[in-house]
Design a protein around this ligand. Structure first.
Ligand code: F6P
Length: 563
């Protein structure tokens, strides 16, 4: 049974931080000039990640008070309870053990009398064996063709992680099939994803923790129909053994293996995981099967090792050197004391272009809560809006607001030293040009440009205010040697534990997601009304009725239907 959360706002550290925030006069120029050790003191190493917090709005006193806050709200005790397998997901009565998914095979973690590590590695070995068969061409479809394309059908945590990692690890995909992803119930998603595929060489992975998600099951049925129709059309006698075809072209990943069998998927071709893995924490479970197929077992194992390295850092590093703890506390400082409502994540690595989208589920589904784990209301604001785009594209879109807008937007900049695809433009190493932008942006945000500096350029006095940059816009710079599978695992684990730290300070259950349920329920009630059920329509509010009327008046046949 979990203990009642500490109200962070009643702690002495909170009072101290409130006073410090009121008296804070951010002056990164002055702080850097007066303190030769600032960068060294605020730069930390976690596995392969080099993390520079020196451009944060952080003084030594603030840092000390934040660490006191962590202590007074019991963050470390809560972390240890999670790692031991205690049911810290209180509202669902579950353990939270994504960290067990990346424990090495010789580790052991007994929860409720069962060694969960042994179970994890049994499933991993089955997935690895399956991946070797697919990658080598030994696994064939109903007509004897090897698999050329894998389609992962899933949504939320059963999609975002695999997509993000598949994109990020593009240089490591050699020897594997192409992987595509269908997530949206918008029929366009399935239609366009399947359009140019050959059913005979396509393998589907139905990925769903619950195996009850409307989008995924609908898309899975659409794909099954597409497969059978396609195989039938190509068969000499126009017939197909449906059971055999589904068995050879469909595998499943789920915690609900009974429902998998009901769908017609051979239980031998299903990979399980456990209810103690949250959807948004499941990339490193069997939900990563599509990624294993793409990059191979060895590289997937390297990614797991990267996750584990950061887990160990989070578990053992002293608080003042503990990067996820420090970054989580910094976020609390910005959100609760300096009024930040959002947080940008800006990867200077094109291959991380889906990382912000992935983080949106991780952070916002975890910490977008108004009640604490004992059901009482939260006592402070929670859950910033996380967003971002890769640099330098973001620079030409929204950075204006970060530089000169009226809102405080803390930003994490992420870059790697060694590019995946080194290219030169004449004498210029283009990666260096790219990094120059990373460094220039964090510098401009921190130190700005004073009116005097603008005047020194001899511009018209009238435009001096518009061309002045206030500076003191906080950033964190995260660098790594290269975007390897291990580094990707480290980055994901880093943000998992940042999210955990914030949730622990706020006293919320970061592992449930009741807020997404109401919309799902209502969709099942609205569906019949859209389809013409008068009784269901009468039960809708006036706005919904009017929108349905508009739909029914304007629905034309799409090009496909009219064909
Ligand atoms: O709608 C939210 C959610 O429950 C996520 O937490 C989860 O990742 C997603 O739906 C998909 O769920 P499932 O894997 O059970 O299909």
């Amino acid at each position: 049974m979990s203990t009642a959360p500490v109200d962070p706002t009643t702690t002495p550290a909170w009072s101290r931080l409130t006073t410090l925030a009121a008296g804070l006069e951010p002056d990164l120029r002055g702080w850097f000039a007066a303190d030769a050790d600032r960068v060294e003191r605020h730069t930390h190493v976690a596995a392969d990640l080099h993390v520079d917090l020196s451009k944060a709005l952080l003084t030594d006193e603030v840092l000390e008070a934040l660490l006191e806050l962590a202590e007074q709200t019991g963050v470390a005790a809560h972390r240890d309870a999670m790692l031991r397998g205690e049911p810290v997901n209180v509202t669902e009565g579950r353990s939270v053990l994504h960290t067990a998914l990346r424990l090495p095979a010789d580790a052991s973690l007994v929860v409720d009398g069962e060694d969960v590590v042994a179970g994890v590695h049994q499933v991993l070995e089955r997935i690895y064996a399956f991946a070797r068969r697919v990658r080598s061409g030994e696994w064939t479809g109903a007509t004897g063709q090897p698999v050329r394309t894998v389609v992962n059908i899933g949504i939320g945590g059963s999609d975002l992680g695999p997509v993000m990692a598949y994109e990020a690890l593009q240089p490591y995909r050699d020897g594997g099939p192409e992987v595509r992803f269908i997530s949206n119930i918008d029929p366009t998603d399935a239609a366009t994803t399947l359009a140019d595929l050959d059913p005979a060489s396509t393998l589907f992975i139905v990925s769903s923790k619950t195996f009850g998600t409307l989008e995924t099951l609908t898309n899975a049925r659409l794909c099954r129909r597409w497969l059978l129709d396609g195989l039938r059309a190509a068969a000499d006698d126009g017939s197909v053994d449906e059971q055999d075809a589904v068995a050879r072209h469909f595998v499943a990943v789920s915690t609900a293996l009974d429902k998998v069998a009901d769908f017609g998927i051979d239980p031998d071709n299903a990979f399980g995981f456990w209810d103690w893995v949250g959807g948004r924490y499941s990339l490193d479970s069997a939900i990563g099967t599509s990624l294993v197929l793409a990059i191979g077992p060895e590289r997937f194992a390297e990614m797991l090792a990267g996750f584990h390295a950061i887990d160990e850092h989070f578990r053992t590093a002293p608080p003042e050197r503990n990067v996820p703890l420090l970054m989580g506390l910094l976020n609390v400082w910005y959100a609760n004391f300096l009024g930040a409502q959002s947080h940008a994540v800006l990867p200077y690595a094109q291959l991380l272009h889906r990382f912000p989208a992935y983080l949106q589920q991780l952070t916002m589904e975890s910490n977008g809560k108004s009640v604490r784990w004992d059901g009482s209301p939260v006592t402070t604001t929670t859950g910033e809006v996380f967003w971002g785009e890769p640099g330098t594209n973001g620079q030409h879109a929204f950075y204006q607001l970060i530089h000169q807008g009226t809102r405080l937007i803390p930003a994490d900049f992420i870059a790697v030293a060694t590019p995946a695809h080194p290219l030169r433009d004449g004498d210029t190493d283009v990666h260096e040009l790219f990094l120059a932008n990373f460094l220039a942006q964090t510098r401009a945000l921190a130190f700005g440009k004073t009116a005097e500096e603008v005047r020194a350029e001899g511009v018209d006095e009238a435009v001096v205010p518009a061309r002045t940059f206030p500076g003191n816009r906080p950033t964190t710079s995260i660098m790594a040697p290269a975007l390897t599978p291990s580094v990707l695992g480290q980055l994901v684990a880093l943000y998992e534990h940042i999210t955990f730290t914030q949730g622990a300070v706020w006293g919320i259950d970061s592992f449930d997601q009741w807020g997404v349920e109401l919309g799902k329920q209502l969709a099942t009630q609205v569906g019949p009304a859209i389809a013409g059920d008068a009784e269901a329509l009468a039960q809708q509010d006036a706005s919904t009725q009017a929108l349905i009327a508009y739909y029914r008046a304007h629905r034309g046949s799409s090009s496909e239907e009219s064909r």
